[in-house]
Design a protein around this ligand. Structure first.
Ligand code: 5GP
Length: 212
């Protein structure tokens, strides 16, 4: 029987989810979807690896041709998940992971209620600002771009209550362990994950928002 699962992971910009997902890939055999975007490539970006970079015209054509499982505008750019690779991998029995922002996450959840959604919280909003500023130095981002990203952080965190599971990216080793644990157990029905359920994490989400 094919029991391949679709996982949706969201986290605010600058939460360090890139590192976590890279570690997850080393430990589990999952297909991580490569999105299309209209944003400008950064220094670390590689065409076809981190993203497929598209013009707005190309992106619009892909929408018209129903090539996206979901798409959304985020911080001035458009982002979308190519539908066919996701469907093919699931059909072939491989788990699929989407690393997307909340609007897209809810579109996918609506289309595929069996998908498992996970929100990764930062330990604090201040930690995100520090990380975004560090990254901006490496990738020549302007103060305006940093501010654009920062504007999305609190509204994104407010959606965490609606995910299936929530975890914190504080200590890296602990976060990797939690992430692998959540993915493995969610695949087998979610037993043992009560502590990570969004309703159980409500207080933690509240605290991050109160201190923002
Ligand atoms: P960045 O520009 O920093 O790589 O990503 C910005 C945001 O876009 C992140 O929150 C990331 O999760 C989200 N994102 C990346 N790909 C997609 C996608 O295909 N669809 C949606 N909805 N969001 C995406």
């Amino acid at each position: 029987m094919n029991n391949a699962k679709l996982f949706i992971i969201s986290a605010p910009s600058g939460c360090g989810k890139g590192t976590l997902i890279a570690e997850l890939r080393k430990r589990l055999n999952v297909y991580v979807s490569v999105s299309c975007t209209t944003r400008e490539p950064r220094e670390i970006d590689q065409e076809g690896v981190t993203y497929f970079f598209k013009t707005k015209e190309e992106f619009d054509r892909m929408i018209e041709e129903d090539m996206f499982l979901e798409h959304a505008k985020f911080s001035g750019g458009w982002y979308g998940t190519p539908r066919i690779p996701v469907e093919e991998n699931l059909a072939n029995g491989k788990d699929v992971l989407l690393e997307i922002e909340p609007q897209g996450a809810f579109q996918v959840k609506e289309k595929r209620p069996d998908a498992v959604s996970l929100f990764i919280l930062p330990p604090s909003v201040a930690s995100i600002e520090r990380r975004l500023r560090r990254r901006a130095v490496d990738s020549n981002e302007s103060e305006e771009q940093i501010q654009e990203r920062l504007k999305t952080v609190v509204p994104d965190i407010k959606t965490a209550y609606k995910y299936d599971y929530v975890m914190v990216n504080g200590d890296l080793d602990k976060a990797i362990e939690d992430l692998v644990n959540i993915i493995k157990k969610a695949k087998n029905g979610g037993e043992g994950l009560e502590a990570f359920k969004a309703e159980k994490m409500k207080k933690t989400i509240d605290e991050v928002l109160e201190n923002a």
